[in-house]
Design a protein around this ligand. Sequence first.
Ligand code: ATP
Ligand code: MG
Length: 416
Amino acid sequence: MARIETPRRVRGTQDIFGDELRRFAHVVDTFERVRRLYCFQRVEVPIFEDTQVFARSIGETTDVVSKEMYTFPDRGGDLLTLRPEFTAGIARAYITEGWQQHAPLKLATSGPVFRYERPQKGRYRQFHQIDAEILGAPEPAADVELLALADQLLRELDIADGVTLQLNTLGDAETRDAWRAALVAHFEVHRDALSDDSVARLERNPLRILDSKDPRDRPVADAAPGIDAYLTSEAGAFFESVTRGLDAAGVAWTRNDRLVRGLDYYRHTAFEFVTDRLGAQGTVLAGGRYDGLVESLGGPATAGVGWAAGVERLAMLLDDPQAPPIEAVVIPLGDAAAVRAQAVVADLRRAGIAVDMAFRGNMKKRLARADAQGARFAVILGDDEIARGEAAVKHLAAGTQTAVALDALAEALRTA
Ligand code: ATP
Ligand code: MG
């Protein structure tokens, strides 16, 4: 008989299980809790969109659009793309769903995103982001609130110590044009030292050279002029309001006057939370202000500011998680007890108590497994106990055992 080949997991995708899943879930749960404290409401947007949603808002010259998108025609011939990020889809929804009427709008979401990249540690083709956005708020206070949310998230995950907020401004359009001209002049002088990719960027998107990870580009990029000499007074004042607000809110930051973001739509505030604990994949959370984005999708002029963080990268920074403890494991001994145990576990679960049933193996094995599951109690049901309407409740850590009436079991476990 021909051997059946098992299909492989697709390169760059993940099956998340056990401790890894616990870390992952802890990141998402903590984000859900903290975003509520900041009054960001949860939204869900589609996993795929019309390709134009991303092509127009992220920008044709970016790595994401030019080489990382999963784009395909569907059966009806429409050109669709799996979302490589959340912001563009949220901006599309803001226009098509009339969310403008709710502005200013503080939104949070999370889920899988897709980028065709070379897979490595901390870099996948299907990964997961948590995402926070404020639409319709041009005030620097919105930038401060978003950054405070990010900062509190990292603190509550207990990873803030190893992570630094790097902050920059990209100024307004006038600032950016002037800085761009200065950068082009600088890079032209050092053209021969740049990588081929960066020579191409010089024509299409010179700011991106600052962001290059190619070691050939780093000396030229690091010697490039910073933005400060080109800041208009309005742009300078905006940035100062942001930094003053951060200081008032107790959010630590450092200036990086050469920080740019990969996507075209950023204006004013740009930031990254960076760690040196993850090698080349050191950016865990990143974002900024994107006041031109909604307009680039055909909507009204709308201010926006937001960030996204990689759930996997945050999860990699967490300490070993504790398996969430369960209250009890029910151990039936014999056929009659097995049936009775179904009623016992159902009653306990309806009473809101987490219990598992251990129906296989000898007593020692079952107790060991209950221990491994983090159960506090083993509830042992034998024929004698059932005849008396009782269970033997064993406290696993102490090794003590007491008889408890079955109808008082939920109460006994809860108050023990
Ligand atoms: P990088 O410079 O690492 O490619 P990026 O600038 O492309 O990151 P963003 O588009 O800002 O990343 O996405 C926000 C966050 O999503 C990143 O800071 C990172 O934590 C995470 N991220 C981005 N790409 C990946 C990926 N391929 N796999 C896992 N996480 C990712
Ligand atoms: Mg990238």
